[in-house]
Design a binder for this molecule. Structure first.
Ligand code: 4AD
Ligand code: MG
Length: 432
């Protein structure tokens, strides 16, 4: 009896005859031998078909195989040092499940728009496979980190009436007779959850109708949002640097092959260990002025060229702290020593990947929060429940949001976030 295995299980079957279900990535052949590059999602392996051993019929069939045809390939597993995956299959039989005709993504180079139009197929490529594996490892390590550290996963709603990050970038929808938005952040709900469960985290999709067409912006992206009762600003920074270090080290440990496929310089990632450097907004501004960025004044937000210039001074992610109050959302706790700035931090990734985390201590004083809600002209009925969190046993608390796709881009060394999510929603792209 021949066992059916996945390519990733090859190491357990050396010297045995097995069958794998696979797709043909590519092939090379001569009159006597054919090399089949095979993939099955779990990995990649080369099948070697020797005419003298399989006979005329099977060899002919193997030579005629087309790219992306689905197959059952039977053969004997061999160890092979030359293969990046370590194993090879000496083929004894090939059965075609479905013949693919004219697969559009050939081994030659294609333009980005063409690849994006064919995203449903492009996902099969070795590079996209590697990126999805890194993404999966970041998600796995995230759950592991927060579960090990006493956090409870809580799922905030996607359909909401509130807008934590400002009202300009909302996706509107009808909620029967009411108006609703797609969530731009689960934070406010996570604050309620923290008052019930102490340390909580969410992981879910968020939506921003941002008219930004940059390599860092998606319309739909996934965010990890921890929220911690009794944690002050500094306590939260500690969690952030430990979490990010944990994720990077997990990817280094568990995605060696993928990082290799992506050509990632792993020496840069090896240095990513807590603690991370910190710089205040004021000092960052001074630094930028010294660097010749004359256009920027106190009270202006940093753009990506500014962030990149600041990040270039460090080989780890850097926290920019204490931004002007006017730049940040209504819920941030003012610095007790200077009410013009808030107890917040953005974490900027190295190598030009930009802001991967935004976070802060939250206002826990009911009166001050009510005042901020009014100043920001937010509807007090909509935020009534949020204000009530400060009415019954209010405590200092802090939290943050990490953007998954920017983190995947940085760790994978992928230039644009469009490659870091299976089906990116971008300005002007809803297909496929
Ligand atoms: O800085 P942001 O807007 O913070 C919040 O939403 C807070 N409520 C989070 C919290 O404290 N719970 O977004 C957090 C992160 C950013 O640092 C960035 O990594 C990512 O989300 N992000 C985006 N990623 C891709 N495309 C976009 N359009 C993004 N906008 C934000
Ligand atoms: Mg931000």
């Amino acid at each position: 009896l021949i066992v059916k295995i996945t390519i990733s299980e090859a190491s357990k079957h050396v010297g045995k005859e097995v069958t794998i279900g696979a797709w043909l990535v590519n092939k090379r052949s001569s009159g006597k031998i054919a090399f089949l590059q095979l993939r099955d999602g779990s990995g990649f392996i080369q099948g070697v078909v020797v005419k003298a051993e399989v006979g005329e019929d099977i060899f002919k069939k193997a030579k005629a195989l087309t790219q992306e045809s689905s197959l059952y390939v039977t053969g004997t597993v061999q160890e092979d040092e030359r293969s990046p995956f370590g194993y090879e299959l000496t083929v004894t039989d090939v059965e075609v499940i479905h013949e693919a005709v004219d697969y559009p993504i050939t081994p030659k180079e294609h333009g980005t728009e063409f690849l994006m139009d064919n995203r449903h197929l492009w996902l099969r490529s070795k590079r996209q496979h590697a990126v999805m594996k890194v993404r999966n490892e970041i998600i796995r390590a995230t759950y592991e980190f927060f579960n090990h550290n006493g956090f409870t996963k809580v799922d905030p709603p996607i359909l909401t009436g509130s807008a934590p990050e400002g009202t300009t970038e909302l996706f509107h929808t009808k909620y029967f007779d009411e108006d609703a938005f797609l969530s731009q952040s689960g934070q406010l709900y996570m604050e309620a959850a923290a008052m019930a469960l102490g340390k909580v985290f969410s992981f879910g999709p968020t939506f921003r109708a941002e008219k930004s067409k940059t390599r860092r912006h998606l319309i739909e992206f996934w965010m990890i949002e921890p929220e911690m009762a009794f944690y002050q600003f500094e306590d939260s920074l500690k969690v952030q640097e430990e979490y990010v270090s944990y994720v990077v080290q997990s990817v280094l440990e568990n995605c060696k092959l993928e990082l290799n496929v992506l050509g990632r310089d792993t020496s840069k990632l090896e240095q990513i260990k807590a603690p991370f450097p910190r710089i205040t907004y004021d000092d960052a501004l001074k630094f930028l002025h010294e660097k010749g960025f004359d256009d920027i004044q106190w009270g202006d937000d940093f753009g990506s060229p500014h962030e990149t210039a600041i990040a270039e001074s460090y080989d780890k992610p850097v926290f920019i702290t204490h931004y002007p109050t006017s730049l940040k959302p209504f819920y941030m706790q003012p610095d007790p020593t200077n009410a013009d700035v808030v107890l917040c931090a953005d974490l900027i990734a190295p190598e030009g990947y930009g802001e991967i985390i935004g976070g802060s201590e939250r206002i826990h004083d009911q009166e001050l929060l009510a005042q901020r809600v009014a100043e920001h002209e937010l509807d007090t009925e909509t935020y009534k429940w949020y204000l009530e969190l400060r009415k019954y046993g209010s405590v200092p608390h802090s939290g943050f949001g990490l953007g998954l796709e920017r983190t995947v881009a940085w760790i994978s060394g992928v230039e644009h976030v469009r490659e870091t999510i299976p089906f990116p929603r971008l300005l002007n792209r809803l297909y496929p």
